[in-house]
Ligand binder design. Sequence first.
Ligand code: AMP
Length: 397
Amino acid sequence: MNYLNKKTVSDIDVTNKKVLVRCDFNVPFDENGNITDTKRIDESLKTIKYLVDNKAKVILCSHLGRPKGKFNKKFSLEFVAKELSKSLNMDVKFARDVIGESAETTISQLKNGEICLLENLRFHKEEEENDPKFSEKLASFADVYVNDAFGTCHRAHASIAGVTECLPAVCGFLIQKEMSAMSEILDNPKRPFISILGGAKVSDKIGVINSLLEKVDKLIIGGGMAYTFINSLGYSIGTSLCESDKLDLARDIVAKAKEKNVKLFLPVDNKVGREYDPNTESQIVDADKIPDGWMGLDIGTKTAELFSEAIKDAGTVVWNGPMGVSEWDNFANGTIAVAKAIADSGAVSIIGGGDSAAAIEKLGFADKMTHISTGGGASLQFLEGKELPGILHLNDK
Ligand code: AMP
C-alpha cells in the first residue's frame, strides 16, 4: 500500500458538508480531570481549523480510555470539548451521547463553520467490535469522513475501519504528517541508523524488532523487556519482568542481529529495587549480578553511558519505549539519559510511545526531535511494515 497516495482533506470539497472527523483525543488526565498532556489535542487543530475556515459542519468523535462499552462519567469527553473551545477560541458544542438524541439534535443545529464533539465512542461496545450497524449510524450523520486519529489507526474499530465503507473517506493533516515523516526516514535513513526499544514487553515489540533488524546498524534494548534477553543469555534476573515463553525468541533475535551485522546493545548494569514501588530501596548492580528478590526498574549508570556513546554518532534514531519505570523519578534516569543523547546527537529522530515522548517533553527537548508521533502502537505497526486498518481503506488520489 502506498500511504502517501491517500486523499487528504484538502483534496475534497468540504464547504456546506457535514464532515465526521475521527480524532484521537485519548489524552492523559489526572485524578481531578486535568489534562496532563495536550499534544493529541494540539495536533488535531490544523485539520479542524481547516474545516471551520472552509465552512464545513464539523462533527468530531473520539474514544478516551477503556470504559468497556458502558457509560462512565470518568471517561466523558466533556472536558475535551472545553479544552478544544479554549484552544480554538470558539464554541465547541458537546453532545451527551454518541448516536442518540443529543447527537442528532446537536448535529442538526450545526451551522457551516461550527463544531460539535460527540461523547466517547467506547461507551458503545459496538465501537471496538467494528459493528457495521454502529458504523452506518455514525456515517448517517455526515457526508464525508476524515480520519485524523493516527494513534488509533492500528485498530479496526467501527469509527476507524467500518465507517470508511459508508462514506467518502480521506485522511486529515495529522495522519498525513505522521505518514510522510516516517516513510521518508525509513525509505532513506541517514546512517548510522539506530533503533532504541524499551517498555514493558518483548511480545509487543517482536514484530518491529524483526523488521528493524533488516534496516538498522545498531539496536539498543532497555526497559522491562531487556530482562527477558538478559535471562535468555543465562543470567538470573531476580524478580524483574520476564516473559519466560519468549526466551527462545530473545536468543533468536540475538543470533539474527549477529548474522545481520547489527550491533546489539543490552544493559550491562541495572538499578534494581526491592519492590515495584516508587520509593522502594534501590541499588545499582551489574546485569549478571541481580540479587534474588530484587527487580530491575531502570538501566544503571554504566549502561546509560554505553547507550549514550552508541547514540552519539547516529544519523537516524527511532525510539519507542522507556528504559525503566520512567513515571517514577527514582527510576527515570536511564530514559532521561537516552533522551539527552538523542537531542545532543543532532540525528534525524522519530519518537513513538507516550512514555518516551513524555520524557522528551518534560526535558524540553521536543524541538530537537524530527518527529514525535502521537501514536505508540500505530507507529510501531507502521515501522514494522504492517498495514494500518485506519489508513488502508481511505480513498486513493
Ligand atoms: P510500553 O507501553 O510497552 O512502551 O511500556 C511502557 C511501560 O513500561 C511504562 O509504564 C513503564 O513503567 C514500563 N517499564 C519500563 N521498564 C520497566 C521495568 N524495568 N519494569 C517494569 N516496568 C517497566
